[in-house]
Design a protein around this ligand. Structure first.
Ligand code: ZN
Length: 443
């Protein structure tokens, strides 16, 4: 028998902004399911009527994800959505958006929040429902505008860490804010921020301009690895073998929402940064005495309000054997790392290093994402409520499996209940079968 739903075991409900890995999964799914087709586009709740009319009957030529944003290119000129006459739709899910694709025979009725419905008779009949905080349309300039406004996304093939490094070097902003600033780094949200900083051994209040090349390289490397893993798993699971396994309660994440540091077992402190709670072990992520003394008044005040035990004396946590940058690896370690990737292990040290660095790519090419159902089943087995991490591709069946119904999701998102007379959201017809299927997959 499958374990009880997470909600029954007291998992906490909190509002969760979708993070970049989830948006890239929607992009991946829509490239396969929707691209190349023309749709009847309508706006069931009337809040995207003009946009729906603009894309109605046009071919979806291309889908792109940049950070937490999705861009859909509707054209019909067959040039991959690059022409001047293309219609671009920009989507940002916000706290509770979704863009689900259903078979025409099992699609639910549109909800009061459904801003766009796409429908086609091709591929056996498909219906897609979009609800999102932001949905807007325009010409190709809308894409260029968003592209220019957003920073480097570790899940894009064209990510440029050098450009981010240059921006960071000029910024006195704390590194904990850099990660959340979508104009600097696109796609990282609050959970990844905590995990990336802990793995990189960086204090959230450290000024960006003080980052060494090695520290920046590690920050970028961890960002890429964690987001790629999230893209594959469909969940924010940051723990990996490279850092060693610490067991429960650190089997999925190291420090986010934890009381104790998995490495030194010291207390985790938390305070507010850009209106979100940041987590830090000040033993493993020490802040230099001079940097602490030089903090601007507002940052010093925020850090001073940190909850947890009193401050520790700063001393660096020792590097773990497997947790070293490629640049610091010995020949045997380089060979071992290359071997693990199935790459050639022959050659001089410089060749080995160049080969390993070249293998550490950005983007999502070559990763086969696990299904949303598999991700939901894993969350259920781990006792995690759907409200912890917002899943934009999750449909009602899977939400039911992991124990957060519509009321729970509404409460988690801080949105009010339906107004009197408003239509009740329909349950998908295949709901019960879907739940049974997912439960079976756990056995
Ligand atoms: Zn620690």
């Amino acid at each position: 028998r499958a374990p009880a739903p997470a909600r029954a075991r007291g998992a906490r409900a909190q509002a969760a902004m979708v993070e970049g890995h989830s948006v890239h999964r929607v992009c991946h799914q829509h490239r396969r399911a929707l691209a190349g087709l023309a749709f009847r586009a309508t706006s069931p709740n009337g809040r995207f009527a003009e946009g729906a009319a603009a894309i109605d009957g046009k071919v979806l030529e291309r889908v792109e994800a940049i950070g937490k944003n999705l861009l859909y290119f509707f054209g019909g000129d067959g040039r991959g959505g690059t022409g001047e006459d293309v219609t671009v739709m920009h989507v940002h899910f916000g706290m509770s958006g979704r863009f689900g694709v259903f078979g025409a025979d099992s699609a639910p009725e549109p909800k009061p929040t459904t801003r766009l419905q796409l429908q086609t008779a091709e591929r056996g009949g498909l219906i897609a429902h979009l609800s999102a905080m932001t949905v807007q349309h325009g010409g190709i300039e809308l894409f260029h505008e968003r592209r220019a406004a957003l920073g480097e996304d570790p899940l894009r093939d064209d990510a440029d860490p050098g450009a981010l490094r240059a921006k960071a070097a000029r910024s006195s902003k704390p590194v904990g804010l850099l990660l959340m600033d979508q104009a600097m780094m696109a796609g990282v949200g609050n959970i990844y921020r905590a995990e990336i900083l802990w793995r990189s051994k960086l204090h959230p209040e450290m000024p960006c301009s003080a980052l060494t090349d090695a520290q920046f390289a590690e920050l970028w490397r961890q960002s890429v690895r964690m987001l790629r893993k999230g893209f594959e798993c469909g969940s924010i699971i940051t723990v990996d073998d490279e850092c060693g396994r610490y067991g429960a309660p650190w089997s999925r994440r190291y420090i986010y929402n934890q009381k104790q540091c998995p490495a030194c077992k010291g207390p985790v402190r938390s305070w507010s940064m850009s209106n979100r709670t940041v987590y830090c072990c000040e033993t493993c992520q020490p802040l230099d005495t001079n940097q602490r003394a030089a903090l601007p008044a507002a940052r010093a005040k925020a850090l001073g309000a940190a909850r947890g035990a009193k401050l520790f004396a700063s001393h660096c946590a020792p590097d773990r054997g497997a947790d070293v940058l490629p640049e610091k690896m010995r020949v045997a370690e380089l060979r071992s790392a290359l071997d693990a990737l199935g790459l050639n292990t022959q050659g001089k040290k410089a060749d080995l290093l160049a080969r390993l660095l070249a293998a550490e790519r950005t983007g999502t090419a070559g990763i086969v994402p696990k299904s949303a159902a598999a991700a939901a089943a894993e969350k259920l087995a781990a006792g995690e409520s759907r409200a912890v991490e917002h899943i934009a591709e999750l449909d009602d069946e899977m939400a039911a499996v992991i124990g957060v119904g519509n009321a729970g999701a509404r409460a988690a998102a801080g949105t009010p209940a339906r107004a009197k007379g408003e239509r009740a959201p329909a349950r998908p017809r295949a709901g019960v079968r879907g739940v049974k299927r997912a439960r079976r997959s756990l056995k």
